[in-house]
Ligand binder design. Structure first.
Ligand code: NI
Length: 136
């Protein structure tokens, strides 16, 4: 672990209370919560680099009654098989499924392929989330 630096922060009491409340039972201390906020901000900014290798997940909620949807989803994943690492499937109820797909590859390619999946008719909600393997 890198050397830790201390710094002072001025913040409104009310805002600090809300921050602590939102991290209750999650973080052992405020410093780790702030470090995660900073890491997330940096990752968000670095996500803009399209030519960078990233790992992430594509989360999809879809209507499994939609004719041909499963075949189309499978075809896209076969077309870009190098990007797709693992799938988790949950049958949410009689109509809807949740699919979480672990992906790895160039940010630009993951954006493109996730957009294809999310745009399919019958997909009710979809989101690509990415992060970097190292460098933080
Ligand atoms: Ni299902």
């Amino acid at each position: 672990m890198a050397e830790l630096k201390r710094f002072g922060v001025s913040i409104e009491e009310n805002l600090l209370k809300k921050f602590d409340k939102s991290n209750e039972n999650i973080y052992d201390n405020r410093s780790e919560a702030i470090r995660d906020l900073i890491r997330n901000k940096i990752i968000e900014e670095e996500k803009l680099k399209e030519k960078e290798n990233v790992v992430g997940t594509i989360t999809l909620i879809y209507d499994h009654h939609k004719l041909g949807l499963s075949d189309k989803m499978n075809q896209i994943q076969h077309d870009y098989h190098c990007l797709f690492k693992s799938n988790l499937h949950l049958h949410l109820n009689r109509d809807f499924c949740l699919e979480v797909i672990v992906v790895e590859g160039l940010q630009s390619k993951l954006k493109k392929v996730s957009s294809k999946l999310i745009a399919l008719k019958g997909v009710k909600h979809g989101k690509l989330t990415v992060t970097k393997i190292g460098g933080l």
